[in-house]
Design a protein around this ligand. Structure first.
Ligand code: NG1
Length: 385
């Protein structure tokens, strides 16, 4: 048996920036999709899921793989199979079982972890390889198979995660990953809202609408001829971009535009704060990011706002929704002195009233996806991608 493991991620800052060409700052989690598999002699993929909610899947790899009925987890497997076949095919199939320590639809990228785990399993089974950055990019485009016009953050961090570090990921002019160590005394707390952000369902339309609005805002002359927001901000400052955009955009488009350009600048500032171990400055940026996502981008919810308020009230330096929003999770950053207080407050004020002891956890910045022989053998037998 071989085992492919692909972690989920928590994004510290840089939300809804990746598909606009601006950077992000996620870290890979110590929670992951685990795919135990054996290569097959033909091109069938047969996978069981240890979670009884998800029925087994069985399909043939190829250039054009027909989708399963909407919303099925098997579409993330198909997405990886089709993208990889087009890049590196023909491939041999696999047979095995998927399990997960990642909560689904929680803004922690279990879907991209599924795509990445499938891809590295198929490559391993077929004795093929694809250069790392190329794989990140092709899986990002490949995941659009499920109908979400997503960016490239999730596949890149799941493949490229570095233990102990967050990664600044730039998408332009080329995909670049820069690890930035998370200070020992900081705690990154993830708190799921228990409201699922199922992008295979309603949240997909809301997400794709934001992608279109951002393109439209740029096309209405606010982009100074730039092809994306990265090019725009290489030409003009944030205040200049905002002043020029105001008269050209209606209220909604202006607020979408304002979120994107200010969030891009917050990523730059957050990387500096992280390098300087300046927790107060980092926390202030998280707060500003959340306000912008709530008021300008309109992707928060009352549950996410409540989690943010509880965390900050209990001593977190800052907190914000993480991932696409519309449900999912928040991330809070606190000094080690305050993390217990934050976790207790979340349990007392958010989870217990909803009938669960807690769902929050301290996230450990972890390594990226890998394939190993046997069930859980660490060390040199791991092959990194
Ligand atoms: P989630 O929904 O949290 O997995 C999505 C996109 C990201 C990024 C964030 C918002 C995919 C697979 N994921 O992440 O690329 O745009 O929203 O910052 O499309």
């Amino acid at each position: 048996m071989r085992v492919a493991r692909a972690p989920g991620r928590v994004n510290l800052i840089g939300e809804h920036t990746d598909y606009n060409g601006l950077p992000v700052l996620p870290m890979a989690l110590d929670r992951e999709i685990v795919l135990a598999f054996e290569p097959r002699a033909d091109r069938r993929v047969i996978l069981r899921n240890s979670d009884a909610r998800f029925p087994a899947i069985d399909f043939e790899l190829g250039e054009e793989i027909p989708p399963d009925a909407g919303g099925a987890w098997g579409n993330y497997v198909r997405a990886a199979g089709q993208a990889l076949w087009r890049e590196a095919g023909p491939l041999v199939g696999i047979e095995g079982e998927v399990s997960s320590t990642l909560p689904v639809a929680s803004g922690l990228s279990s879907s991209s972890a599924m795509v990445v785990a499938t891809a590295i399993a198929l490559l391993d089974a077929s004795h093929k390889s694809v250069p790392r950055e190329r794989l990140m990019d092709l899986l990002a485009r490949g995941e659009r198979y499920v109908g979400l016009e997503g960016g490239g953050m999730d596949q890149a961090i799941s493949l490229g995660g570095v233990a102990g570090s967050a990664l600044r990921i730039d998408f332009r002019p080329s995909l670049t990953l820069t690890p930035v160590r998370v200070p020992e005394a900081w705690r990154v707390i993830v708190a799921p809202s228990l409201v699922e952000a199922r992008k295979s369902a309603g949240a997909k339309d809301a997400y794709n609408a934001r992608v279109r609005e951002c393109r439209e805002a740029l096309a209405r002359g606010t982009g100074h001829g730039a092809r994306d927001y990265q090019e725009l901000l290489a030409r003009v400052s944030v205040p200049e971009a905002l002043a020029a955009a105001r008269p050209l955009l209606d209220d909604v488009l202006f607020r979408r535009f304002r979120h994107v350009v200010t969030e891009g600048a917050r990523v730059d500032a957050a990387v500096e704060a992280l390098r300087a171990a300046d927790l107060a400055a980092f926390g202030a940026l998280l707060r500003a990011s959340h306000a912008s996502l709530r008021d300008d981008y309109e992707v928060s919810s009352k549950e996410l706002d409540e989690l943010v308020a509880i965390s900050e009230g209990a001593g977190a330096a800052g907190a914000r929704l993480t991932g696409a929003g519309f449900g999912g999770s928040i991330v809070a950053v606190a000094s080690s002195d305050f993390s217990d207080a934050v976790l207790s407050a979340l349990s007392r004020d958010y989870y217990r009233p909803r009938g669960v002891p807690s769902a929050a956890f301290v996230a450990v910045p972890s390594a990226g996806a890998r394939v190993a022989w046997g069930r859980a053998m660490p060390g040199p037998l791991f092959r990194s991608f």
